[in-house]
Design a protein around this ligand. Structure first.
Ligand code: GLA
Length: 741
């Protein structure tokens, strides 16, 4: 990793293990995007900076007629100065002007990675990261923009953000301030996004980039299960393990846009940041606005390489280091076991039963507070329901602790039911436009966390709730997207700040509570994977990836999520069959095979366990405990994509996690739908040591007796693992623990 300043301070070369990122100062100081790609040994501005002034193209300089901003490569494109593509930055100045001319003012190099005020952000100790700040200034409005770039030891990652500072006398209105924008001088890419909805999150879609604008976004007040705040530009022909891929991911949990725009010369502008839709920010003199950060990954080893870079980066530089590699409790959650019908007796029974099969924590989900018998009431009334829990939650905790089981609770701090004492007392505490009716969604409203009074109330309430319950695990849910967006009491010119102020409020709340309870494991959730984004992962080391707990559906959802997020963050539960979401019946073995690809948990009524389940679960948990470090800390290679039909029309999924030192691996195969009379086939693996020999030392399958001979790594990679005949059956699976011998 290094940041070189060349050409008398006019050219910056940021480089990591396999990439170079170059910025030039061109034509009086425009920040020119010179290069982002495979590592260059000797980049030079003469070769990398090029100008053109095609016919019918405006040129900002009457004297120098050699260039136009409209066909130049920019680092932070602005509105109004002859670049017709979508800008990264738009403001309205005091006189209504919308023109900007941002030119270089200064730069500095920082050892390490600065924190961002009020926002979740990557971190690094000195020596592990280097940062470059380039300050631009618009001489008329006196608005300054500080572009921040950070690179990290051993990682093909560039992290970008910008900070807007108003050094003028008049207030300005920011209408858009994205986190990163990059211009490529061709369009030979596919656009890859993760789309979805409730119980169908993180589905991959890859389409050729075409002229015009293609984007994914959220306008819902949360990053959402509809689109993840991520896109990748994949070079034509790049695959899972080959070719060049650029990843863009935003460390933010609110409205975002990830956009690729192809112009008439087939130049591509890729940008990501807070969605300008329904956003503006009034910046008074001497005030600053900080954008969230964007994490840009360069991969020469396809999507797999991109994913492994994201995983390593988030594990080392974003997720709470006290938790990232810590063994998480294997929990059983009450939601699919009882939904709202939880009570003291069931909780104590499940808590005690848990221990018998090796489960370590009982998580009491929704239904324990207020008069919460359905989703129609009580969010906001965070006091124990004494009919269901006559002795209180702490009593449940004490009782199950006697059996050696820990206790956790579900909360949804950001929402409020119209039928709640809190709403009756504070009807103006919700996101709302004065004088208009409010839609309900899941019978609830969103609390207006842009208000400090609401944040303070929630900090106080949840400090009490968590402390009094004696929980050591908290599942933090959020089940409603914003509608009729407004903040009662905020001035008219600040209404469009509501969504971002809300996110800042959420982050303050999470920051305060996670710091107040450093020994509590927080798990994020938002109607399943609705806010499975890096912003949340900064506060919470694991996230409930989907309310869909079917094993086969989860193969697809988890493969999608794994494009960006490491297995150590993905919470996955074994539930009953027929599955509650899709009605499918799969074996306990296959349900567990899929759940152990993340952080294993259970979600069914343990009191109804069959004798077979009682016998198998402890064996499977024991196996999981022996292999979980491999997926938590190792490298993931996706081998077979469950969303793609195989040659016989069948569907299958396969992946392998390999320890960093290649000494151990865990291989998983899951058959989705098979076709009649297929050959069992074989799966070529990845990531193993070609020169070493491996032996299968364990399997999840009780019935499968695996071959005991030693197999050379090169054979496993080039010839593959033979699938046994049982893998010809629908929803069958195979999990193998391999060790180097
Ligand atoms: C959301 C979550 C579920 C469960 C319910 C409780 O849907 O995703 O896991 O906690 O809320 O109401």
């Amino acid at each position: 990793m290094s940041i070189e300043v060349l050409d008398k301070g006019k050219f910056f070369h940021l480089s990591g293990p396999n990439f170079s990122y170059c910025i030039a100062l061109a034509k009086g100081g425009y920040p020119y995007h010179a290069y982002f790609g495979a590592k260059l040994s000797n980049p030079s501005p003469e070769r990398l900076v090029q100008f053109m002034l095609p016919p019918c193209t405006p040129n900002p300089d009457a004297v120098d007629q050699s260039y136009s901003l409209d066909v130049m490569s920019h680092e932070y494109p602005m509105q109004g100065t002859s670049d017709y593509r979508n800008p990264a930055f738009q403001i309205v100045t005091g006189n209504g002007g919308r023109v900007l001319d941002l030119l270089y003012e200064s730069h500095r190099i920082i050892d390490g990675k600065p924190a961002l005020e009020g926002l979740p952000a990557s971190f690094a100790s000195k020596g592990d990261a280097e940062s470059l700040e380039i300050v631009l200034v618009d001489s008329v409005s006196k608005v300054k923009v500080a572009l921040l770039y950070s690179i990290f030891k051993d990682l093909n990652v560039v992290v970008r953000s910008s900070r807007i500072l108003n050094t003028g006398i008049d207030a300005v209105l920011i209408e858009s301030a994205l986190s990163a924008s990059i211009d490529f001088d061709d369009a030979e890419f596919d656009f890859l996004r993760l789309h979805g909805t409730w119980i169908r999150e993180t589905c991959r879609e890859r389409t050729p980039l075409s002229h015009g604008v293609q984007f994914v976004e959220s306008k819902r007040g949360a990053s959402s299960n509809y689109y993840n705040p991520f896109m990748a530009l994949c070079r034509k022909g790049s695959t899972e393990e080959t070719g060049v891929v650029y990843g863009f991911n935003l460390v933010y949990s609110g409205n975002f846009i990830a956009r690729a725009e192809v112009n008439h010369y087939r130049f591509t502008r890729a940008a990501i940041g807070i969605n300008p839709y329904d956003f503006s920010w009034k910046l008074e003199a001497n005030e600053a606005f900080q954008t969230p950060e964007a994490v840009l990954v360069f991969s020469e080893t396809g999507l797999g390489g991109m994913s492994r870079s994201y995983h390593d980066f988030y594990r080392k530089h974003l997720i709470n280091q006290a938790w990232v590699n810590k063994e998480r409790p294997i929990l059983v959650n009450s939601w699919e076991a009882a939904y709202f019908n939880v009570n003291e007796e069931l909780s104590i029974q499940m808590g005690k039963m848990a221990k018998e099969v090796g489960i370590e924590l009982f998580a009491l989900d929704d239904g324990w507070f207020g008069k919460r018998d359905s989703d129609a009431s009580s969010l906001g009334d965070w006091y124990e329901n004494k009919e269901k829990f006559p002795h209180g939650l702490a009593y449940v905790q004490e009782e199950i602790a006697k059996a050696g089981t820990a206790f956790g609770i579900w909360v949804e701090p950001e929402s409020i039911s119209p039928d709640s004492d809190l709403y009756r007392a504070h009807p103006d505490w919700i996101i709302k436009v004065d004088g208009r009716r409010n839609s309900v969604s899941r019978n609830q409203y969103t609390l207006d966390l842009s208000k400090k009074v609401v944040q303070d109330f929630l900090i106080e309430t949840f400090t009490r709730v968590i402390r009094d319950s004696k929980a050591v695990y908290v599942k933090w849910d959020m089940n409603r997207h914003m509608t009729e967006i407004g903040s009662i009491g905020a001035s008219a010119d600040r209404q469009k700040e509501t969504c971002h102020r809300y996110m800042l409020g959420v982050y303050r709340l999470m920051d305060t509570l996670t710091k107040a309870f450093p020994n509590i494991l927080f798990e994020g959730c938002s109607a399943g994977g609705g806010r499975y984004d890096p912003g949340m992962l900064y506060y919470m080391p694991q996230f409930w990836a989907s309310d869909n707990s079917d094993a086969w559906e989860r193969c697809i959802i988890q493969a999608g999520a794994s494009l960006v997020y490491p297995a150590s963050t993905l919470s996955a539960h074994v539930s009953v069959v027929p599955n509650h979401q899709v009605g499918r019946t799969t074996s306990l073995e296959t349900r567990t095979a899929v759940a152990i690809a993340g952080v294993l948990g259970y979600e069914f009524n343990l009191c109804n366990m069959s004798s077979e389940e009682r016998a198998l679960i402890p064996i499977q948990i024991d196996f999981y405990k022996r292999i979980r470090h491999i997926s938590r800390e190792g490298d993931l290679f996706r081998l077979v994509d469950p969303a793609v039909q195989g040659p016989f029309g069948e569907r299958s999924a396969a992946w392998i996690f390999v320890c960093k030192d290649k000494s151990e691996a865990i291989f998983t195969f899951v058959r989705g739908i098979c076709r009649g009379n297929m050959p069992p086939g074989k799966i070529k693996v990845q990531g193993l040591d070609l020169k070493a020999n491996y032996k299968i030392v364990g399997t999840m399958g009780a019935a499968y007796s695996f071959p005991t001979e030693t197999v050379p790594g090169d054979e496993l990679l080039n010839e593959g693992i033979n699938l046994p005949f049982h893998c010809l059956m629908d929803f069958s699976s195979l999990v193998l623990h391999l060790k180097r011998v």
